[in-house]
Design a protein around this ligand. Structure first.
Ligand SMILES: NC(=O)c1ccc[n+]([C@@H]2O[C@H](COP(=O)([O-])OP(=O)(O)OC[C@H]3O[C@@H](n4cnc5c(N)ncnc54)[C@H](O)[C@@H]3O)[C@@H](O)[C@H]2O)c1
Length: 275
């Protein structure tokens, strides 16, 4: 199993947060990087901070034809074999099931799940032809546990996990690997960019207030997340958990598969009383 350092890396959601940090880190490790996002300002920020070869592409990951066109362009452009396709762009909505907007649920599903499947469909043939490369798909700790008022997000992230684990079995013997990434709380714009209807405890009336709280809870920086992802891929991991919260919840759900949320609430109570 070779290194991805120096090989071309394709990254969606490269205009912010985890995708931006992974792009910067891999560029420092000699990777030509393909930066894709629908946010042009974010893309330009990322590109401006990278000195190596970059291909910058405004892309909505829901657009399958756009992803196919990008793959064809990358095949022509790539100065080295494609070492990584990181299907990472994602969004969320905060809303309860009973008052959910179906349009917002659909938006989350289309970006988080079909954004991933479109990226795999577009790039897998190139990787199979090469006989090498890693497809890393971003799930979440919410692809391991269900969390109230995050039903569509959880559904999309459980789906990314199942899809990627199935793909992993299909890729045996091809030289191509499938990796699922489960971040815990990472200090990014994910909540600031969310759609908001209601939060679970009713503590927040709008997305700004929810984002402020998220910034105090999320423990891991995007740079740290990028280091864990990069090192996990280099070590040949198939499943990469980011942060102590992700490791803890992954364990908890196995010990208490139906009661984990009761335990989380009790622990939160202890932490709140202690602070
Ligand atoms: N931050 C966390 O705590 C956390 C935890 C678990 C999982 N994740 C996942 O990590 C991934 C990266 O998120 P982040 O935390 O860096 O958030 P972020 O909001 O900082 O970055 C997400 C990026 O995806 C882009 N994007 C959104 N919809 C898109 C679309 N349709 N087409 C193209 N680009 C699109 C956004 O413009 C943004 O640049 C997401 O899949 C998210 O669900 C994040």
């Amino acid at each position: 199993m070779g290194t991805i350092n120096g090989q071309t890396a394709v990254i969606t959601g490269a205009g912010s947060g985890i995708g931006q940090a992974v792009a910067r880190r891999l560029a420092k490790h000699g990777c030509p990087v393909v930066l894709a996002d629908w946010n042009e300002d974010g893309l330009n920020d990322t590109a401006a901070s990278i000195s190596g070869p970059t291909l910058v592409k405004k892309l909505d990951v829901r657009d399958r034809q756009g992803q196919m066109a990008l793959a064809a362009e990358v095949k022509e452009w790539a100065p080295s074999p494609i070492g990584l396709v990181f299907n990472n762009a994602g969004v969320t909505v905060l809303q309860g099931v009973a008052d959910a907007s179906p349009e917002d649920d659909q938006w989350v599903w289309d970006v988080n799940f079909h954004g991933v499947t479109n990226g795999v469909t577009a790039f897998l043939p190139i990787l199979l032809e090469q006989g090498s490369g890693v497809i890393a798909n971003t799930s979440s700790v919410f692809g391991l546990v269900g969390f109230p008022h995050q039903s569509a997000y959880c559904a999309s992230k459980f789906a990314v996990r199942g899809y990627t684990e199935a793909l992993r079995q299909e890729l045996k013997g091809t030289g191509v690997r499938a990796v699922v990434v489960h971040p815990g709380g990472v200090k990014t714009n994910i909540v600031a960019n969310a759609r908001f209807r209601s939060d679970f405890r009713g503590d927040h009336q709008d997305v700004d207030s929810a984002a402020r709280e998220f910034a105090t809870i999320a423990r891991t920086t995007p740079d740290r997340a990028a280091k864990i992802i990069h090192e996990g891929i280099e070590k040949g991991r198939s499943r990469i958990r980011i942060g102590p919260d992700a490791v803890f919840l992954d364990l908890l759900v196995r010990i208490a598969p139906t009661k984990y949320f009761d335990i989380i609430e009790r622990l939160e109570g202890v932490v709140r009383r202690g602070s």
